[in-house]
Ligand binder design. Structure first.
Ligand code: ASP
Length: 458
């Protein structure tokens, strides 16, 4: 049995839904279908989820959001129209949105989560109606009824382990299950969403719960590429990679698959297959527990910007018991998460996402506090860094990968601000100035993947 998930761009129009229908019905093993909300039809379009967020926020502010609500309904109406579905489904969606907008807003994050989640919820209802209209038995399944319970962390939900046993019972259902992605219910009965792009997570949870043989994730690219295609022209496709490699790449900037979506499938030993709705015969990328490492030490290179570093130095830091605890405790007091902590004898650098400091306007306060708490000689913030992750499990068995990477960067005249490699050796991190990110990625790609790369012009 297969669990199949379709992303927003695969569900953005009636034409896309016809492709989805053909894909699902081409294979009787495709029993459960997880859907996102309608995404962008073209590059300047707005995703339904983003319309819903604006709509809910405006309603909270002004007590009305007529135009935005109509814009959401119009997206569904145009899909229903294209597919020849009747008015009933649009009436249902309108009623649902009215109820949600007028609901209790005393906990604004919960109120907004319910509105956000309606993007996938209503899309699942519409898609089930379309399948039935085509003469195929299909049922919308509500996550509450199915027992998908999550932690009560709006916008950051995590699945509760008892959900898996509940979901297993869906195997007994007849017909195709159409399941909305992106949210579950708290034990108190409230809708709570996963982080953005979280329908991938729902698909993985359902694959685990149903004990599927494979989790197919349909998106709009032929495969996961070894590097961002806007940085290197037509990069190599990755045909197979491990869960750990994919998680590293997703976390470090690859947007094809949510970094939190691997664990449920991984725990149940279910392979994940990434495929293209617009080109379903393309081989795609398979994510597995183990793979052979015949094609070089590096499987992919990811990069992302918007990081800063806090450099802390203090003479004899090496002898001071509890120094690291004080640093991390201070970050915790400000609710900050960090990415890496490279360190030396008398210094330590904390790398974190810059927007966390900007949102809270705490930069000066934080630096002063660190200086006082640690009695540090120096605490210096450096902004606008990019982190580049060179990922591949085979690095563990290869001598000289770091040397090759460093040489490639030096040849491209990229200054390495920081370098970090954990003992797991599944990835290697280079911190560079954001202005040098593209050159750095191109140089590394050239070194590990190609003798003649065509860089995308900078
Ligand atoms: N629609 C949600 C978002 O845009 C979730 C998803 O598409 O996976 O984040």
């Amino acid at each position: 049995m297969k669990v199949v998930k379709f992303g927003g761009s695969s569900l953005a129009s009636g034409k896309q839904l016809q492709k989805v229908f053909d894909i699902v019905t081409a294979d009787p093993a495709r029993k459960a279908v997880v859907v996102s909300a309608p995404g962008k039809r073209h590059s300047t379009d707005t995703k339904v989820t983003d319309l819903l967020i604006s709509c809910g926020e405006q309603y909270l502010r002004l007590g009305e959001a007529h135009d935005l609500k109509e814009a959401v309904i119009e997206r569904y109406a145009s899909i229903a129209d294209e597919l020849g579905l009747g008015q009933d489904i649009i009436d249902t969606i309108r009623q649902d949105l009215d109820t949600l907008l007028q609901a209790d807003s005393s906990r604004p994050e919960c109120y907004l989560d319910a509105i956000k989640a309606s993007g996938e919820d209503n899309n699942a209802k519409l898609i089930a109606a379309y399948f039935r209209h085509q003469g195929v038995e299909a049922h919308y399944v509500n996550p509450k009824e199915a027992g998908l319970f999550v932690s009560d962390e709006p916008g950051q939900a995590q699945v509760l382990p008892e959900s898996y046993d509940h979901l297993y019972k869906l195997r007994e259902r007849s017909g195709i299950i159409i399941f909305p992605g992106f949210f579950g219910f708290s034990l108190a009965g409230d809708i709570v969403t996963f982080s953005r792009s979280g329908s991938d997570i729902t698909g993985s949870i359902l694959a685990n719960g149903l004990k599927a043989d494979v989790y197919e994730n349909f998106t709009d690219v032929d495969a996961v590429y070894a590097v961002n295609p806007t940085i290197v022209h037509e990069p190599k496709e990755i045909t197979e990679l491990t869960y750990r490699e994919m998680r590293e790449l997703s976390y470090a900037g690859f947007s094809v698959f949510h970094d939190e979506a691997l664990i449920p499938a991984f725990r149940a030993g279910i392979p994940v297959q990434i495929k293209n709705t617009n080109n379903p015969s393309a081989k795609g990328t398979k994510i597995v527990n183990q793979r052979d490492h015949t094609n070089g030490p590096v499987v992919g290179i990811a990069s992302d910007n918007g990081f800063c570093s806090i450099y802390i130095s203090k003479y004899l830091m090496n002898r001071e018991v509890g120094f690291g605890r004080k640093v991390l405790q201070t970050l915790e007091e400000y609710g900050l998460t960090y990415e890496h902590v490279p360190s030396g004898i008398d210094d330590m650098t904390i790398i974190l996402r810059q927007d966390q400091l900007e949102e809270q306007h705490i930069e000066e306060e934080l630096l002063d506090r660190l200086k006082v708490v640690l009695d540090a000689d120096e605490v210096v913030l450096e902004r606008n860094l990019s982190l580049i992750m060179v990922v591949g499990e085979a690095m563990r068995h290869n001598v000289g990968t770091t040397a090759r990477a460093a040489k490639a960067l030096s040849k491209a005249k990229v200054n390495i601000e920081m370098i970090n490699q954990g003992s797991s050796e599944v990835s290697m991190m280079f911190g560079v100035k954001a202005t040098q990110e593209k050159e750095a990625v191109q140089a590394l790609y050239e070194e590990f993947f190609s003798m003649s790369t065509v860089p995308v012009s900078l």
